[in-house]
Design a protein around this ligand. Structure first.
Ligand code: FUC
Length: 801
């Protein structure tokens, strides 16, 4: 058995504490759903216009043949997938509060009574009997949560498909967040631009033609939901109002509305029946507003019709040029914070789908840079202050019954969505997650009380729009009380990156509630005398005794240790709750330590069952939470445990689902093995794990791999978890020359790096807080005291010792 060092929980001023030798030199302060696609056969070959100039553009030579080829735009709340058909455009639409069902509380009324018996069975080694009892009496009612659902589609039909077209190109410029389709048809060049404006809260489609009077089309909205009303309002807007569906016995009671306005310049536009018809216009602008009755998890009384009316009447005051300019400026405000160059080869000239298709053999470092920035693009598009957090598909979903309900799976997936937020300069995008935790602290307090007779709050392995917190799906997957606790780690990390004390004060009750739950819910393991969770699981992995249900899996102790450590630190910073702080510390000290098993692996359970577990290559690597994203294990601080993590990673294998590959890459980056991380990163880009539109494939599409992959690239270039900024900790040989600007480190740092021949040539560090800055490059470390607003440059060639 090995005791690990508890992760340092730095305070505001001493986030970076120096202890190392000064081997770096010269610090100089300086200033400053599938559609039949008729077009394919009509496109002559080669048909497309030349490659776009910007490296930050996804581009294609043909319309999307299915949803995983369509291109996403989003403003955090509204999402659209653009297929790019010249004749029969389909733009699939989402609104982030359109989920099935209505407010509900799924806690089983039998749970509290059955809990003592379930615990005893687990401690007696009767795991299967415990599983069956939990299935019968403890699991949520209903057993499943509500699904995130599509709103429907915008259809735009034009032209005569019998006349061939040329010069087709479909693009998504992630720098400006505009998707475009261009082609020539009967000697006229058409351009269709689509964007999701956060400023104006509408999806905007702008259609232009090189010859006046050339645009004739018909536009309509459709939905798979129950439609209560299709109408045309006084301003000629097309209104589609309906009600969401029920699911698993929870009635659908959420009204929604989509509203379409079509503005034509020149020619004529008129609404007729269920569509708007435009004839011979010079330019056409379509605006789509969408809303639901959702106000909060327990309130669905908002008025979507009034919301859309107000949105469109405000937008009607604004011309499309202004809307576009404001949209691009708004997007770039976030996107431009980080730039990256990992080198480029001829592969970067190819259409994006070919780069993915041939990624196994192409030398294409620029694809990693594009993937990194695409991850940031997706976060800006699916999680903004005031919106719902990014779910399993971010915000993009064309189904009423998407895989896993496109919910919030919080035993890895939702957390992974937010991994890149802080390091890649998108800290604001964590706000929806913070809000969700605020909700869960309310619904989860009810669950803690009714299921466990415990203080604080709990959420198991999933939640949904209605913030359900009880265990779902079945004991094998759902009997896990640490999901909400894991989410709170993101709140603490937001503080570590920003040093924002007001934020810490706001979230402190959430951190405390998560910790208080475990004061009451942990029980003493009769054999070891450690305090453990029971019943629980090591997420979704079966142990050798016919189920996953167990007591005290390693991951739980690691998460709970972080939860106690962060609340202890926070209570010190805020000077509150001294007695409770002592209780937290005493309980923390009775958690089981990380252990190394007989095969030299990091042990997944309280006992060394690993070699007999039925799925040795299981996708989850839950016990490596302690290595990444946590920092309880690190090669520089706990080398034996770090070696044990390597053994586990080798046993589990490199290839898995998209998100599971992404987790492995982050782990290897933490283990300071850039080449191994890079090798696995290339698996993530293969067509089995990345769709033509660069969406991550579980398969099917699941957005966590996009975010986890983007973060892994950041982790290879900068880490900040040990009270120091570790520069190029895991730079792979495949990226010998490059630069990155704007990465963030804990302690309020902004970091720009450049390297050549695999060696760091320049580092520029800006500090947003007062305090010490400790830099590490290889084994060299250097300390510099920095004032808020100061920037330093390390400008002598640095040698890695
Ligand atoms: C977890 C994973 C699955 C999937 C689901 C949404 O349960 O084990 O692979 O990602 O979440």
């Amino acid at each position: 058995m090995h005791n690990e060092t508890n992760s340092p929980a730095p305070s505001r001023r001493d986030l970076l504490i120096a202890t190392g030798a000064l081997a770096l030199h010269a610090v100089a302060p300086i200033t400053g759903a599938a559609q039949p696609v008729v077009e394919r056969r009509l496109l002559p070959t080669p048909s497309s216009a030349p490659a776009p100039k910007s490296a930050m553009t996804l581009w294609y030579e043909a319309p999307a043949a299915n949803w995983n080829e369509a291109l996403p735009v989003g403003n955090g709340r509204l999402g659209a997938m653009i297929f790019g058909s010249p004749f029969a455009e389909r733009i699939q639409l989402n609104e982030d509060t359109l989920w099935a069902g209505s407010p509900y509380d799924p806690v089983s009324p039998d749970a509290a009574d059955a809990l003592p018996e379930a615990r005893q069975l687990v401690f007696d080694g009767q795991y299967k009997a415990a599983h069956d009892l939990i299935a019968k009496r403890i699991m949520a009612r209903p057993l499943r949560q509500m699904q995130y659902q599509t709103l429907g589609d915008l259809h735009i039909d034009h032209f005569d498909p019998n006349v061939p077209l040329t010069d087709y190109r479909r693009t998504l410029d992630i720098e400006s967040a505009v998707a475009s389709v261009t082609y020539s048809h009967a000697d006229v060049t058409f351009t269709r631009d689509v964007f999701a404006s956060a400023v104006d809260q509408v999806i905007v489609v702008r259609i232009r033609a090189s010859r006046p009077g050339s645009i004739s089309l018909s536009a309509r909205l459709s939905t798979p939901h129950k439609v209560s009303r299709t109408s045309i309002d006084v301003s000629d807007a097309l209104c589609l109002a309906g009600m969401n569906g029920g699911s698993d016995g929870i009635a659908g009671k959420l009204p929604f509305e989509a509203r379409l306005v079509v503005r034509a310049t020149g020619g004529a536009a008129r609404a007729q029946d269920d569509r708007v018809i435009v004839a011979d216009a010079n330019e056409v602008v379509l605006l789509v507003a969408m809303a639901t009755g959702y106000k909060r998890f327990d309130d669905r009384t908002a008025d979507p019709l009034a919301h859309n009316r107000a949105t469109l009447s405000a937008a009607s005051e604004r011309d499309v040029e202004t809307m576009l300019r404001d949209h691009v400026a708004d997007h770039r405000r976030y996107f431009d914070r980080v730039s990256i160059d990992l080198g480029t080869t001829d592969a970067a000239m190819l259409p994006t789908d070919r780069r993915v298709r041939e990624s196994k053999t192409l030398d294409d470092p620029a694809l990693a840079a594009l993937y990194f920035q695409f991850g940031r693009y997706l976060l800006i598009g699916s999680s903004r202050p005031g919106t719902q957090p990014a779910n399993l598909q971010g915000i993009w979903n064309d189904s009423l019954t998407p895989p896993w309900g496109s919910k919030y799976t919080i035993n890895i997936n939702t957390e992974m969505n937010y991994w890149p937020a802080e390091p890649t300069g998108l800290g604001e995008m964590v706000e929806p997650l913070v809000k969700m935790v605020e909700d869960l602290a309310i619904t989860g307090a009810r669950t803690a009380r009714r299921m466990y007779n415990a203080r604080g709050w709990v959420c198991h392995h999933n939640t949904d729009l209605w913030r359900a917190t009880a265990p779902i799906d079945g004991p094998f997957w759902g009997m896990w009380p640490c999901g909400g606790a894991w989410l709170t780690v993101h709140l603490w990390d937001h503080y570590l990156y920003s040093g924002d004390l007001a934020f810490l004060r706001r979230v402190y009750p959430l951190l405390r509630g998560a910790a208080e739950f475990f004061l009451d819910a942990l029980v003493e393991d009769p054999k070891s005398r450690y305090l453990v969770t029971n019943p629980s699981i090591s997420p979704e992995n079966a142990h050798p005794f016919g189920t996953s249900v167990c007591a005290g899996p390693t991951m739980d102790s690691q998460i709970i240790r972080d939860v106690f450590n962060q609340v202890i630190k926070a209570s010190e910073m805020l000077d509150v709750d001294p007695d409770l702080r002592c209780e937290f510390a005493a309980t923390r000290d009775r958690l089981p330590p990380n252990s190394i098993g007989a095969q030299g692996q990091l042990q997944e359970w309280l006992e060394d069952w690993d070699s007999k577990a039925p799925e040795p290559r299981h996708r989850h690597i839950s016990h490596l939470y302690g290595l990444f994203p946590s920092n309880q294990i690190h090669p520089l601080t706990t080398p034996e445990l770090a070696d044990a993590c390597k053994v586990t990673l080798d046993q589990r294998g490199d290839i898995s689902t998209g998100w599971a590959i992404a987790w492995r890459i982050n782990c290897w980056a933490r283990l300071l093995d850039g080449d191994r991380a890079h090798r696995i990163l290339r698996h993530l880009f293969e067509p089995t794990r990345t769709y033509p539109n660069l969406f991550d494939a579980h398969p099917p599409f699941q957005i966590d791999g996009n975010f986890g992959g983007a973060n892994a690239i950041a982790e290879m270039l900068l880490q900040s978890q040990n009270g120091e900024l570790h520069l190029l900790p895991s730079l792979p040989g495949a990226w010998p020359e490059g630069q990155v600007k704007g990465l963030r480190g804990r302690g309020g740092f902004l970091v720009d790096l450049a390297w050549k021949g695999g060696t760091l040539t320049e580092a520029s560090i800006a500090s947003q807080l007062d305090g010490d800055c400790r830099l590490r490059y290889g084994r060299s470390t250097m300390l510099h005291r920095m004032a808020s607003g100061q920037r330093i440059r390390v400008d002598v060639a640095l040698r890695k010792v």
